[in-house]
Design a protein around this ligand. Structure first.
Ligand SMILES: [Zn+2]
Ligand SMILES: [Zn+2]
Length: 384
């Protein structure tokens, strides 16, 4: 039986079923009705917004990039804040979330092993996997043993329910008492915030595996989707993330909308975050080039483009990839030498000269390659 043919009859997880159906129902009924009758003031919207960002960023910067992928190190105070925010987001504790997520990366799109495989459809990957006890979601914390050495992870695991109640009910109630409208505070800062925060995260498991671009790899269904990045604090660059999961950024270019990356980077200035891992631009460009080459060869076959032209494409691809490799090695050597402070004046000059030469060579490769890809089968003229 093929993976897509699997039709599994799984028992309903009643706690999740009740929780994940009543909260959205309240969010679309009681929240607007109360607002119509009593109104929500600026303070209540402010609390809603702050709690929404607090939950969202605790999941993206904490649960996801810190604990699941270990893309950087964080000060215990920040880890504690993320642990509280994660409980407030009500997406299970760090250990379970990271365990599911690591399995998602390891077995992506495998319907029997990926807990939220997008190949089982939008609904399943979005929320269906939480509502029933599917075999693919069976608890197995053996892949997160490394996280148990973190006392904050252990603390959150032991006191998860208390923290959930404290952050989701206790905090909005206290703020409501101070402000004078407990119901309003619970509805906006509690219910509406919880539903929006949860479903924006779930969009990454569903929509970001269905709609968008695949610039780096099509070995999985993961896609880059700028619109989703706007809703998810930068997590929408999911094709990049699945290709380079050790990178603390999801949007790798400086203009990519990735507030989680900016937060982690900003906190590193104060020493609160450390050891930020990034993938080198040469490796990223090589992955992109390889993907474009594979797509182009497929198109050539489809369009029955001459073999001679295909050989030209292959040659250009290998030359471009080689220059990228040289560029990568050149920078690596310099970086290591710089760290050891062994470079003399003459060597520095030599390094800069070679850098300039490589930059010019790469610029020409990029132009030629872009033209070849755009005009498959046509001769290429590049002005030098
Ligand atoms: Zn991930
Ligand atoms: Zn994914």
């Amino acid at each position: 039986m093929s993976q897509s043919q699997i039709k599994e009859k799984a028992d309903i997880n009643w706690i999740n079923m009740v929780l994940f159906t009543t909260t959205p129902l309240l969010a679309v009924s009681v929240v607007p009705v109360y607002g119509y009758n009593h109104g929500y003031d600026t303070f209540e919207w402010f609390v809603f917004f702050i709690l929404l960002v607090f939950c969202g960023m605790s999941i993206t910067a904490g649960y996801h990039r810190l604990w699941s992928h270990k893309t950087y190190h964080a000060h215990p105070i920040l880890r504690f804040i993320f642990a509280l925010g994660g409980a407030c987001a009500l997406q299970n504790d760090i250990l379970h979330w990271a365990s599911d997520h690591r399995r998602h990366h390891q077995f992506v799109d495998n319907n029997e092993k990926d807990p939220y495989s997008a190949k089982r459809g939008f609904w399943f990957s979005h929320i269906g996997w939480i509502l029933r006890n599917y075999r693919s979601g069976k608890e197995d914390l053996s892949n997160v043993k490394d996280l148990t050495s973190d006392p904050i992870v252990r603390f959150q695991h032991q006191h998860y329910l208390k923290l959930v109640l404290l952050t989701n009910i206790g905090l909005p109630t206290i703020l409501g008492l101070i402000h004078g409208d407990v119901a309003g505070s619970l509805l906006l800062g509690g219910v509406l915030r919880l539903v929006l925060s949860q479903h924006s995260t779930y969009l990454i498991n569903s929509a970001a595996h269905i709609w968008g671009r695949q610039p780096y790899s099509n070995s999985s269904t993961a896609r880059d989707n700028t619109f989703l990045a706007l809703l998810t604090y930068g997590e929408g660059y999911h094709n990049y993330h699945h290709t380079f999961q050790w990178d603390y950024r999801n949007g790798n270019r400086w203009w990519h909308y990735d507030p989680t990356k900016w937060l982690i980077r900003f906190l590193s200035i104060a020493g609160i975050t450390k050891g930020l891992k990034t993938c080198s631009p040469a490796i990223v460009e090589t992955a992109k080039l390889q993907k474009q080459y594979l797509d182009a060869t497929d198109k050539c076959k489809l369009l029955k483009i001459s073999e001679n032209w295909q050989i030209c494409l292959e040659e250009e691809y290998h030359q471009f990839a080689n220059t990228l490799k040289t560029w990568s090695e050149h920078h690596k050597v310099f970086f290591e030498s710089k760290k050891l402070a062994t470079l003399g004046k003459l060597e520095k000059l030599e390094f800069r000269k070679k850098s300039r030469e490589l930059k010019v060579k790469l610029r020409d490769h990029r132009r030629r390659w872009a033209q070849m890809i755009e005009n498959l089968g046509h001769p290429v003229y590049v002005a030098h």
